[in-house]
Design a protein around this ligand. Structure first.
Ligand code: PGA
Length: 249
């Protein structure tokens, strides 16, 4: 099995002003100076430039939390992949459940966003995950398969290894209810199987778990064979907690 470099991403959501983002980076960098992991920060659009500039020469790479699928056009309030790439942003979160729930992000839009990100040289971090109702109805695998097939429909199999997948069960996001390591491992292994059937070099794809990851539970989750990293919300807002999660991978 190829080595998969651990990938720990901080999803700040709608938190941190530019000044707060700068202070976070200054506090984080000395704490992760020795890491060989991929450390990714996803600030608001407004703080992207500050985080890119402040983290130059460190292990930190910067991701946006969303983008529009078109390169440019009459889409008031939107931001495109080439605009992000120009800033030195290297990745973009796509399909987060909060965007699917609150902003009508559809699988059809995602099927266009993923290739648009790749075309601009951005690494998509595609989020998938089931609701509590779907899990209770034993529909977890059906939901994951449907989302992956739809969102990756326009991606050639050779390009799949350049995509990071985040498994984020909706019932675990921001609730303090983490999936058990067994539940998370089972879902991530299933995702890898779906990618393999889609023709991906699936052993090279980084698959993250997200949903109430904290320093206290990160090591056990990250020790699972198919969990290659974490997408961290609440616990990523504090540099000490986030650095502890990076260290536990
Ligand atoms: P949480 O968020 O860690 O606060 O549960 C995770 C996410 O939404 O990516």
């Amino acid at each position: 099995m190829p080595d998969r470099t651990p990938y720990i991403a901080a999803n700040w959501k709608m938190h941190k002003t530019v000044a707060e983002a700068a202070a976070f980076v200054d506090a984080l960098l000395p704490r992760i100076a020795a890491t060989h992991h991929d450390v990714v920060i996803c600030p608001s659009y407004l703080a992207l430039n500050e985080v890119v500039e402040r983290s130059r020469g460190s292990a930190v790479r910067v991701a946006a939390q969303n983008m529009h699928e078109e390169q440019s056009g009459a889409f008031t309030g939107e931001v495109s992949a080439p605009m992000l790439a120009e800033l030195g942003v290297e990745a973009v979160v796509l399909g987060h459940s909060e965007r699917r729930q609150h902003f009508n992000e559809t699988d059809e839009a995602l099927a266009r966003k993923v290739p648009a990100a790749l075309a601009a040289g951005l690494e998509p971090i595609l989020c998938v995950g089931e609701s509590e109702e779907a899990r209770d109805a034993e529909q977890t695998e059906a939901v994951l398969e449907r989302q992956l097939q739809a969102d990756l429909a326009a991606v050639e199999s050779g390009a799949l290894a350049g995509i990071v997948i985040a498994y984020e069960p909706i019932w675990a996001i921001g609730t303090g209810r983490t999936a058990t390591p067994e539940q998370a491992q089972e879902a991530c292994a299933f995702i890898r199987d779906v990618l393999r059937e889609r023709g991906a070099v699936a052993d090279s794809v980084r698959i993250l778990y997200g949903g109430s990851v904290k320093p206290a539970n990160a090591a056990e989750l990250l020790a699972q064979p198919d969990i290659d990293g974490a997408l961290v919300g609440g616990a990523s807002l504090d540099p000490g907690e986030f650095a502890a999660i990076v260290d536990s991978a």
